[in-house]
Structures are given as structure tokens and as C-alpha cells.
Design a binder for this molecule. Structure first.
Ligand code: UD1
Length: 432
């Protein structure tokens, strides 16, 4: 099994280019099957989750043609199955977006019910409530969610929680419903807006995405489109925190600075400087970072997907910081791994209380999930000595060429088989 090996203690310097947003791409690729014409999607990230979703789409009969690593053509005219197996849902929860896409287009869908995941239980009651409001009957049988409707009719839907997944899923189904749908308390994340823009590019009529009321006027059918996905806010934020934590100076290119405002504000607060350009940000940190309190909140608040990376950066900051996770109940489990590297962290309820230490020391740690895995890499870059991050497959689900991008910034990091003693020796020799 390949793992990351990192020799820490070096400040990151240079430029890195951010890829397309994973979470936008998951919604957009699912929506792409709703047209019978060919849809071209560009700026796709070449990562595990996207490749699994493309396989799921292909399995139900859509034609998927990879033009290159970052672009794909999808044609949904020959879909012959309305059923998505557990095989795919188990690998990526977001294949539940095919529920909204298939229900909208064919008025029928059957998708395996997603289970819990490493960051906590994640119900989908709001998705179901939305489909039912549009007139679908939804049953859960044999581990599958089955949604079916004679016809879908627009309705007024109030989400109890501003869920990203429910907003995108309901928006897709409502595009091809009869009449007007209003989603109140909708999620405002950049990828909700991107999914809406994509659907509009296919001929849908969606207004208000990015605010908490979305209005969708149903249309008869959707048509072909060419669309480029927005840059990944979380990949960008991860490099921003890696730059700050290592006291580096990094220009992060191909970003939308507005999407990074909550991250920028926190970095400024703890003493890093962030320069904003049209489509880039430069993060510079000279001395030791300071402490802060942060609470994860829906957009435009501080993203839960940046919580572990922020915590990693705060482990060596001056003073005591508190990081409160409000979205997912198990999302602080990784702190034990940071403690093994010498961090002083206590979990109290849904908060991590971090007393900044002077430095971390390298250790063998294991990535429990995608973002926590990225946080352990940041900690490894800061730590003195060697760190091995196991279970990198979690990290590769969401970051393209993570170790190569870090190497490009001067990080001493490689992906090698840790069991292969020769490879480990070679790495250690090369870097010492
Ligand atoms: C999406 C992101 C994920 C991010 C999260 C929050 C994708 C593919 N994933 O996940 O990376 O961490 O947004 O920004 O875009 N909830 C319910 N009932 C529902 C739906 C959600 O109770 O029907 C709760 C969840 O348990 C959670 C909160 O609402 O506590 C937010 O979840 P949601 O916004 O739906 O997250 P996801 O779309 O699953």
C-alpha cells in the first residue's frame, strides 16, 4: 500500500494551481444525464470520487467519453436503468444526486440508501421531503430508496436544514417538474450556484441560487451544453493553511477569492497575510501564528470541510484556540492522530480546545477521512522529522496530485510503499 512520507520543517514557497471543485462536479455530472443531447463538462478534477461517479453513470447506460483528464462528454439519451447500486453509493455518498436527476427526467429512480460515514451520520430526510413535495412517492425497501411519480408538480418547499445535497437534488428534479418550485432556506454554497448555472446552461430556469430562496420554473426538457466547473474552494483553502502553517509564501492560482473569504478572514486574524488578485490569492506567514475561535457554519461561514486543516495549523500557534464543529458529530476524531505528533488538543463536546505547542514531531498517522487526511499532511509538513500518513486513498478521493503539488512548493514529500524498505531508505537518504 502506498503512503505519504513527509520530512517536515520546510516553509512552502512558490505557486500552485487549483483544480475544479469536487462537490460542484458531483452535482453537475449527475445533472448532465438529464439532457438527451451531449453535454461537455470541463475543469473536472481527476480524483477518485469523480471517476466513481462517471462509472455509475456509465453503468446505467449513459455514454461517457473522457476527452482528457479534465474534460468529459456525457450523453444521457440511452439510459436504460433507473437503479444505482450500493457498490457506488458505498464509495461516494454523492451518487445520491442521481436520484434527483433520474426522478426529474424519467419520474422514477432507485438508489441505494447511503449509510453513515466517518464524519458522522448523514440523514437524507430533507431530500426525501423535497421529492415528496414535488409529488413523488418515496419508499425505502431492501436498502434502496425508491422514488416514483406519475408527474412532478412544482411546490413550495421549506428545508429544515440548509442542506447542500438536498438543495441540489431537489433543484434537479424540479427543473423538469410542471410549474414553479420555491426552495426556502436553501444552501448558498458556491457549488449550489455552480450546479444551478450548469442546469440553466442546459435550458433550465433557476433563479436565486446563492441566496436562501431558489425559484425554479419547470421546463419540458433540457438540452446540450458546454460548461466549465468552478475552482475548488476547499483545495485552495487547504493550500492556504499549508502555506500559513509552514510559515511560507505561496501564490494559489485559479481561485475565486470571494469563495475564500471566511478562510482569508481567519488567516488574517491569526497573523498571516492574504493578498487577493482577480483569480489568485497569495498567503504569506512570517512568524508564529496566533490563536482564534472558529465555528463551522454553512456558507458564507467557515466551511466544515476546512475545519481539520485549520485545527492542524492551530496546533503550533501561540495561545489557546477553540474550533467548534456544528455540522457533523464525528468530525473531530482525527485529533488523536495530531496528539500523536505532539499537539495539545482536548475534545470537549463538539469543540477542540487546542493549546499551541512550539513544534510537532513526525509520527506514523492514519487518515480517517478526506479532509482530516489533508490536515495530517499539513501537520507532517510542519513537524520535525519524518511523518508517514497512511490511508492516502481517502486524500486522493478529493485532491488531484496532492503530493506533486506539495513537492512543487518545495515540500519534502513522496508517495511510496512503506513496506518497501529500500524505497523508504532511498527517500530518507535523498532528503538527509
Ligand atoms: C456537502 C458536501 C460536504 C460538506 C457539506 C457541508 C458534497 C458532495 N458534499 O455534503 O463536503 O461537508 O456539504 O458543507 O457537496 N442533513 C440532514 N438531513 C438531510 C440532509 C442533511 O439532517 O436530508 C444535515 C447533515 O447531517 C449535516 C447538515 O445537514 O449536519 C449539512 O449537510 P449537507 O449540507 O446536506 O451536506 P452534504 O450535502 O451531505
Amino acid at each position: 500500500m502506498e503512503q505519504y512520507i513527509i520530512k517536515g520543517g520546510k516553509a512552502l514557497h512558490g505557486e500552485v494551481t487549483i483544480g475544479g471543485a469536487k462537490n460542484a462536479a458531483l452535482g453537475i455530472l449527475s445533472a448532465a444525464i438529464m439532457a438527451d443531447d451531449t453535454v461537455t463538462v470541463e475543469n473536472l478534477p481527476d480524483i477518485g470520487d469523480i471517476n466513481v461517479l462517471l462509472q455509475a453513470i456509465e453503468k446505467i447506460g449513459a455514454k461517457v467519453e473522457r476527452i482528457d483528464k479534465h474534460s468529459v462528454k456525457i450523453n444521457g439519451s440511452n439510459i436504460n436503468s433507473m437503479s444505482i447500486d450500493y457498490e457506488f453509493i458505498r464509495k461516494i455518498r454523492a451518487s445520491y444526486y442521481l436520484l434527483g436527476a433520474l426522478l426529474g427526467k424519467y419520474k422514477k429512480a432507485q438508489v441505494a440508501l447511503p449509510g453513515g460515514c466517518n464524519i458522522g451520520s448523514r440523514p437524507i430526510d430533507q431530500h426525501i421531503k423535497g421529492f415528496e413535495a414535488l409529488g413523488a412517492s418515496v419508499k425505502i425497501e431492501h436498502g434502496m430508496i425508491q422514488a416514483e411519480a406519475e408527474e412532478l408538480k412544482g411546490n413550495h418547499i421549506y428545508l429544515d436544514i440548509a442542506s447542500v445535497g438536498a438543495t441540489i437534488n431537489i433543484m434537479m428534479a424540479a427543473c423538469l417538474a410542471d410549474g414553479i418550485t420555491i426552495i426556502e432556506n436553501s444552501a448558498k454554497e458556491p457549488h449550489v450556484v455552480d450546479a444551478a448555472n450548469f442546469l440553466n446552461s442546459m435550458g433550465a430556469s433557476i433563479k436565486g441560487a446563492g441566496t436562501d430562496v431558489i425559484r425554479i420554473k419547470g421546463v419540458k426538457s433540457l438540452s446540450g451544453s458546454e460548461y466549465a466547473i468552478i475552482p475548488d474552494q476547499i483545495e485552495a483553502g487547504t493550500f492556504m493553511f499549508a502555506a500559513a502553517a509552514t510559515k511560507g509564501d505561496v501564490l494559489i492560482k485559479n481561485v475565486i477569492p470571494k469563495h475564500l473569504e471566511a478562510i482569508t478572514a481567519k488567516l488574517n486574524e491569526i497573523g498571516a497575510s492574504v493578498e487577493e488578485y482577480d483569480d489568485a490569492v497569495r498567503v504569506i506567514a512570517a512568524g508564529r501564528l496566533g490563536h482564534t475561535h472558529v465555528k463551522t457554519l454553512p456558507y458564507p461561514g467557515f466551511p466544515t470541510d476546512m475545519q481539520p486543516q485549520m485545527t492542524a495549523a492551530l496546533t503550533t500557534s501561540e495561545g489557546t484556540s477553540i474550533v467548534t464543529e456544528t455540522m457533523f458529530e464525528n468530525r473531530l476524531k482525527y485529533v488523536d492522530e495530531l496528539s500523536r505528533m505532539g499537539a495539545d488538543i482536548k475534545v470537549e463536546g463538539n469543540s477542540a480546545v487546542i493549546v499551541g505547542v512550539k513544534g510537532l514531531t513526525g509520527a506514523i498517522v492514519s487518515a480517517p477521512d478526506l479532509r482530516a487526511g489533508a490536515a495530517l499532511v499539513i501537520a507532517g509538513l510542519v513537524a520535525e522529522g519524518f511523518t508517514v500518513v497512511e490511508q492516502v486513498e481517502y486524500i486522493e478521493r478529493g485532491y488531484e496530485n496532492f503530493e506533486r503539488k506539495m513537492q512543487g512548493l518545495g515540500a519534502t514529500m513522496a508517495k511510496i510503499d512503506i513496506e518497501d524498505e529500500k524505497a523508504v531508505q532511498k527517500f530518507k537518504l535523498k532528503v538527509s
